[in-house]
Design a binder for this molecule. Structure first.
Ligand code: NDP
Ligand code: F7E
Length: 312
């Protein structure tokens, strides 16, 4: 296989993670990126993906394109999460290898681990127990993507690596009222409650689940480091170590937003996994640490969202 000297392709470059990768690469002087929006290139369309890779032959691929959503979206649309993510990753991993990419980084998620695996979650815990039902379809797709990367390395010697990030948040996140993850969901809801002088804000679930949260620009730093310095079949957890309960997170968001009303928990909504704290020691051994603490990150994400909303 003749390896390519083409550009770097960031799939999903307008998303939370993809945009942070592009910012990081450009800040470090990379100027040969090839980018395509979802409208320009639907990655579930195999002939279109094949034509794109045949034409551009990227030397590196960051696969940050996926169908992504919070607990309610995953629980509501499992067929879409399974089908679209299997199609995207299958098309991109195969065509990247076929057209000489030197390296590909695939993004999994901490939801691939068993619902009740011992904490913190080590990479070896994969497939040792049943998954969390609310996002099982998405998790199965992600596990398949991991296995595809490992299979292409074994059979073809393709340098495909896999990162398993914890829950993320940051600039350019998805703030959809129903389909977003918890941080943007609460930032928006507390903001709207403050603006409306509402007496209470509803938070989903019991407030007892624990979540580890990582700022997207910190993840991007880890992903570029892995692309430059890591080549192995073993996946790598990327966590911040900053773990809070949903109730603690709600109070942090209220403080960041400046909301002083009541908080009520809607237990008709699912809690999901009780806890998913990652063991990130494999990454720490490469010298990476998160830089943005949770409280600072929440303030940065909130300011970014308000600025974007003001200019829309
Ligand atoms: N956010 C999180 O908490 C976590 C995310 N991850 C993983 O990180 C990666 C990026 O997630 P994140 O940035 O949060 O997600 P986003 O939804 O913010 O971004 C996903 C990007 O992929 C694009 N996309 C979706 N479907 C297609 C398609 N069929 N063809 C082309 N482009 C498509 C979207 O474009 P458009 O919006 O126009 O459809 C969007 O730009 C994913 O693999 C996700 O599983 C892992 C752990 C946690
Ligand atoms: C990254 C990970 O993200 C998903 O899993 P999750 O971690 O459960 O995702 P979440 O952020 O949506 O919820 C975290 C917790 O927060 C509570 N919660 C309270 N209030 C709101 C709220 O307003 N919105 C949301 N979304 N959750 C809320 C919610 O009830 C739950 O207990 C996977 O589907 C999958 O996408 C994946 O890989």
């Amino acid at each position: 296989m003749a390896h390519s000297d083409g550009p770097i392709y960031v799939a999903g470059h307008r998303g939370l993670v993809g945009a942070s990768i592009v910012r990081h690469l450009r800040a470090s002087g990379v100027d040969d990126l090839v980018l395509r929006t979802h409208a320009e290139l639907d990655l579930t369309d195999q002939p279109a993906v094949e034509a794109f890779f045949a034409e551009h032959r990227p030397r590196q691929v960051y696969l940050a394109a996926a169908k992504v959503g919070g607990i309610l979206a995953n629980d509501t649309y499992p067929a879409d999460f399974l089908r679209e993510n299997l199609a995207i990753q299958t098309n991109v991993i195969h065509s990247a290898w076929k057209h000489g990419a030197r390296k590909l980084l695939f993004l999994g998620s901490s939801c691939i681990y068993p619902k009740l695996a011992p904490q913190p979650l080590h990479e070896d815990a994969l497939l040792t127990g049943p998954l969390e039902p609310t996002n099982e379809a998405y998790a199965i797709a992600k596990i398949a993507g991991l296995k595809m990367c490992q299979a292409y390395r074994k059979q073809h010697g393709f340098d495909a690596i896999v990162a398993m990030p914890t829950n993320l948040y940051g600039p350019g996140d998805n703030y959809h009222p129903q389909n977003s993850h918890v941080v943007p969901g609460l930032l928006r809801r507390f903001h709207e409650a403050r603006e409306a002088n509402a007496p209470e804000v509803v938070v989903w679930g019991t407030g007892t689940p624990l979540r580890e949260l990582l700022y997207a620009d910190d993840l991007a730093d880890a992903l570029v480091l892995l692309m430059d310095r890591y080549s192995d079949a073993q996946m790598v957890n990327v966590g911040s170590g900053d773990e809070v309960s949903i109730a603690e997170l709600a109070h942090l968001v209220a403080d960041v937003v400046g909301y002083t009303g009541q908080i009520r928990f809607d237990t008709s909504k699912p809690d999901g996994t009780p806890r998913k704290l990652l063991d990130s020691s494999r990454l720490a051994a490469l010298g990476w640490r998160r830089r943005v603490p949770l409280r600072d990150g929440l303030a940065l994400a909130y300011a970014d969202w308000r600025t974007a909303a003001a200019t829309r």
